[in-house]
Design a protein around this ligand. Structure first.
Ligand code: FCB
Length: 445
């Protein structure tokens, strides 16, 4: 079903799990600033303590070892490593210890360099709207590569630039909370340029296994009506091709979008399209889109501006407790949409995130029954196997997430983990899905 050497993994991100925001010289990130604003995160939650992974990483690695994963995807916090322009050795030391612990447990470290926690001082200077940020990002990438490059096997400079642009800069429901609408488009170009410059920096440091973790979704029209089909095309271009064409083809999908980008775009695209060793797809749900009807639409709690050429529609499918539709075939379709569009230009694919939030019960006698999460992963893996059978070159699957964690604007109420976290005691309890995944990995390795 899965090819020889298929990589089984689990994923997390620094701000969502580490806590220890004031320790060992860590600087302030946009998420520290954002979560301090009243009313922006559910229940006023913040990442100050999170899963206390900064102190409990040994216990977390032991859980990963017993799970039997071949790789652990985590992110390095930029504000820990380069808090305010100067390298902070104590911040690097933490990741050095974590990487050693993983390697000692026989787990390949897979590193994301930017999972949304931009240093606040860079945001104050314009953040991803400013052309200086991609250059600072490449310097930081070089610093991490120099220290960890001998042990890290997979690199993802960026995680989901679409989410940073859409929720962080256009709609304002994520840090840094800007509401710029289409004026946020330069953040696409600068993140992509940062990606390309970081790829160059990693290569210059002798690293290999370089890719990206990009959020993608199969998009279908609400009906065969040409207006719905056009709306779906625009939406697909904006959420998918805008972020993958520059990387995989060295061009923007439509001239209007290229024209909206700042700087020497043609020269930048050469950097952005540096060849990759793999392409990481984060998949959660497909989208159904229709022509605008003038109705107010919210996406993840953020109101979409009026006048858009498309309107996301409710999907008729069972939902997770987060309200996200469960459509396993969407994972197959998303992967096949990529193989079809890019053909030989598509490097091997990894599913760098897939998972679901259910509001699990508290552990009883050391058990958390979460059959719905088992079903989620099992059905999505079956759909992935269909894509592989249809010819897609997929090399790995990372469950989101290893443990429950801080789910951004939704705080701790949403639980995506294979391991339950009791946030009062920090006790970790493997859920039924953890035991199921362990058996699944064994049976498929
Ligand atoms: C993705 C993010 C990840 C997590 C999951 C649920 O968009 O990359 O950090 O929040 O969603």
């Amino acid at each position: 079903m899965f090819p020889e050497g298929f990589l089984w993994g689990a994923a997390s991100a620094a701000y969502q799990v580490e806590g220890a925001v004031d320790e060992d010289g860590r600087g302030v990130s946009v998420w520290d600033t954002f979560t301090a604003r009243p009313g922006v995160v559910r229940d006023g939650d913040t990442g100050r303590v999170a899963c206390d992974h900064y102190h409990r990483y040994r216990e977390d690695v032991a859980l990963l070892r017993d799970l039997g994963v071949g790789a652990y995807r985590f992110s390095v916090a930029w504000p820990r490593v380069v808090p305010a322009g100067e390298v902070n050795p104590a911040g690097l030391d933490f990741y050095d210890r974590l990487v050693d612990e993983l390697v000692g447990a026989g787990i390949a470290p897979a590193v994301t360099l930017f999972h949304w926690d931009l240093p606040q001082h860079l945001e104050d200077a314009g953040g991803w709207l400013d052309r200086d940020t991609p250059h600072r990002f490449a310097e930081y990438a070089a610093v991490v590569a120099e220290r960890l490059g001998d042990r890290v096997t997979l690199w993802m400079p960026l995680n989901e630039p679409v989410v940073v642009t859409m929720f962080g800069y256009a709609l304002g429901s994520h840090a840094p909370g800007r509401t710029l609408g289409f004026e946020a488009l330069p953040t696409v170009h600068h993140q992509l340029l940062g990606h390309g410059l970081a790829v160059q920096a990693l290569r210059a440091a002798g690293c290999s296994g370089i890719g990206i973790a990009n959020n993608h979704a199969a998009v279908s029209p609400a009906s065969d009506d040409p207006a719905d089909v056009d709306a779906a095309d625009s939406y697909r271009t904006l959420v998918n091709w805008l972020f993958s064409d520059p990387i995989l083809r060295g061009e923007y999908p439509v001239p209007e979008l290229a024209a909206a980008m700042p700087g020497p775009v043609a020269a930048d695209l050469k950097v952005i399209s540096e060849p990759l060793d793999f392409y990481g797809v984060n998949y959660y749900q497909p989208t159904v889109v229709g022509a605008p009807t003038g109705k107010e639409v919210q996406v993840e709690g953020a109101l979409l501006p009026a006048g858009l050429p498309f309107e996301p529609r409710e999907i008729d499918a069972p939902k997770t407790d987060f309200g996200w539709p469960i459509v396993p075939s969407g994972l197959r379709d998303t992967v096949l949409m990529f193989t079809e569009r890019y053909g030989d230009d598509l490097p091997p694919v990894y599913i760098t995130e897939s998972g679901c939030s259910f509001h699990d019960p508290d552990p009883v006698d050391g058990r958390v029954p979460d059959q719905a999460r088992v079903d989620y992963h099992e059905s999505h893996l079956a759909a992935l196997a269909e894509a592989i059978a249809a010819g897609a070159d997929v090399r790995g699957y990372f469950a989101w997430s290893a443990t429950d964690n801080f789910e951004w604007a939704a705080g701790y109420a949403e639980r995506f983990g294979l391991v339950h976290i009791d946030y009062r005691t920090q006790v970790r309890t493997p859920k039924d899905s953890y035991h199921w995944y362990r058996d699944y990995i064994r049976a498929n390795s």
